[in-house]
Design a protein around this ligand. Structure first.
Ligand code: NAD
Length: 377
C-alpha cells in the first residue's frame, strides 16, 4: 500500500505524541526520549494526571499533556501518533488520527478483533496515511538470525514453539477466557509468519485449564497451523507451569530437509545439519526502538514497513482462528475467519468511506497479502 511520506532527519526529527501512559506507554516514553530521530511533542491519556505523572517521572515537567490525543497533536504540531492504549481503544484512537492526517505506530494487537483491524486497514487506504503495528518481538536480532539460518535448511517440515511460564499477574489476564491465546500467543504466531515468510491456511486448537490453574479461563493451549506450502507450525504453551520455565520468547525448533535449527529464545540460535557455511548479515533493529526506527524510515522513503497493518492482521487472524477452533472443536480455515470478520466489519462500520473501501476488496486474503485464497479445500 502506498502512503504519504514525511521527510525527517536527526536535524529535523519527526514530532510525535504518545497516547496511553500505562505500563507500556512509559516504555515508549523512554524509547522516544532516547531516539535522535523523533521528538516528543506530548503525551495523552484519558487519565490526564497519569499522563502528567508519566511526563514528570521522565524528567519532562513542561511536556504538554491532554485527554484527547488528536487534539493534543494538533495543538502541539505533532506529525504522528504512537498508540499505546488498551486494545479496545486502538480502533477509535487510530481511526481518529488517520482521518486527522496523522500516521500511526500502534502497539499490538492492531485492534481488539480481526473485524476492527480490517476497518483500520481500510481507513489507512482511504486516508493514505501509514498505520504500522509494533510487534516488538519481530525486531529481535536473534529471531532475524534464525530466519537467515533456516533459509539454508531446504524445505521446512515443522516449526514448533514451546512457551511454559508460571505468572501471577492478578487483574484482567486472570479473568480472561483465553489469556494465553489472546494476550501472549500473537507474538509467537507473528514470529512464525516472519520466520517462514508464509501465511496460515488452517488452525486446529485445544485450549484447556489444568486443575491447579489460578486463571479463570484457559491457561494452556496447543495449536497446529498449516502454513502455505505445507509446513506445520505447532504452538504449545501454558501460563501456569511451575518449573523449567522457557524464555518469554518461547523455545523454538525448526526442522528442515537438511537439518534442524534451535533457538532457546534468549541466546543466539544454533544449527545442526549438513549445510554450507554462510555469512550472517544481521539486522540493525531491536525491540520497540527498532520498530520506531523502521516507522520513521518508512515515512521518509514510502517503502511499506514490516508490520504495516494489512500484513500484520494475519497474525491477529491466527489468534482468532485458534480461539474459534478451541470453541468449535474443529479445524478452522483462515479464509473463513477472515471472511466472517469482513462481513462483521461491513455490518458494524459507521464511516461510509471506510465501508466502501472494505466492500471493494476482491477477497480479504488478497487485500491483506496480495495472494488469492485457495479455491479448493
Ligand atoms: N509488545 C509488548 O511486549 C507489550 C507488552 C505490554 C503491553 N503491550 C500492549 O501495549 C498496550 C498497552 O498496554 P499497557 O500494559 O500499557 O496497558 P495499561 O492498561 O497499563 O495502559 C493503557 C492506558 O491507555 C489509556 N487509555 C485507554 N483508552 C484511551 C483513550 N481512548 N485515549 C487515551 N488513553 C486511553 C488508559 O487510561 C491507560 O492508562 C496494549 O495494546 C498491550 O497489548 C505490549
Amino acid at each position: 500500500m502506498s502512503f504519504r511520506t514525511i521527510p525527517s532527519s536527526p536535524a529535523d526529527p519527526l514530532r510525535v505524541v504518545i497516547v496511553g501512559a500505562g505500563g507500556m506507554g512509559r516504555a515508549w516514553l523512554a524509547t522516544v526520549t532516547e531516539s535522535p530521530e523523533v521528538m516528543l511533542a506530548g503525551i495523552a491519556d484519558l487519565d490526564v494526571p497519569l499522563a502528567r505523572s508519566a511526563a514528570d517521572s521522565a524528567g519532562l515537567p513542561d511536556l504538554p499533556v491532554g485527554a484527547d490525543a488528536v487534539a493534543l497533536a494538533q495543538q502541539t504540531g505533532a506529525q504522528a501518533l504512537i498508540n499505546v492504549t488498551v486494545p479496545e481503544a486502538h480502533h477509535p484512537v487510530t481511526t481518529a488520527a488517520l482521518f486527522a492526517g496523522l500516521p500511526v505506530l500502534g502497539e499490538k494487537p492492531a485492534a481488539e478483533n480481526v473485524s476492527r483491524a480490517l476497518s483500520l486497514a481500510a481507513a489507512a487506504e482511504v486516508t493514505g496515511e501509514l498505520f504500522m503495528v509494533s510487534q516488538s518481538r519481530r525486531w529481535n536480532p536473534q529471531l532475524a538470525a534464525l530466519r537467515e539460518m533456516i533459509a539454508r535448511l531446504g524445505p521446512i517440515g515443522t516449526v514448533s514453539t514451546t512457551f511454559f511460564r508460571s505468572e501471577h499477574f492478578g487483574g484482567f489476564r486472570e479473568l480472561m477466557a483465553y489469556p494465553l491465546l489472546i494476550d501472549m500467543a500473537i507474538h509467537a504466531f507473528d514470529s512464525a509468519r516472519f520466520l517462514l515468510q508464509a501465511e496460515p491456511v488452517t488452525a486446529y486448537c485445544q485450549s484447556y485449564n489444568p486443575p491447579w490453574s489460578w486463571y479463570a479461563g484457559d491457561a494452556n493451549a496447543t495449536v497446529v497451523f498449516e502454513m502455505a506450502g505445507g509446513t506445520r507450525y505447532i504452538y504449545n504453551g501454558s501460563w501456569c507451569s511451575p518449573g523449567a520455565t522457557t524464555s518469554w520468547n518461547g523455545s523454538w525448533r525448526v526442522s528442515g530437509e537438511k537439518g534442524t535449527a534451535l533457538w532457546d529464545g534468549d541466546h543466539e540460535p544454533v544449527l545442526d545439519g549438513e549445510v554450507d557455511a554462510a555469512e550472517a548479515t544481521g539486522t540493525p533493529y531491536s525491540g520497540i526502538a527498532g520498530a520506531l526506527q523502521v516507522f520513521v524510515r518508512a515515512l521518509r522513503t514510502g517503502e511499506p514497513p514490516s508490520g504495516e497493518v494489512h500484513e500484520n492482521v494475519m497474525s491477529l487472524a491466527m489468534v482468532e482462528a485458534a480461539v474459534t477452533s478451541a470453541a468449535s472443536g474443529r479445524l478452522e480455515h483462515l479464509d473463513d475467519v477472515l471472511e466472517q470478520a469482513h462481513a462483521q466489519a461491513l455490518r458494524e462500520e459507521t464511516r461510509a468511506d471506510v465501508r466502501d473501501a472494505l466492500a471493494g476488496w476482491p477477497s480479504v486474503r488478497e487485500a491483506l497479502t496480495g495472494t488469492v485464497p485457495a479455491e479448493t479445500r
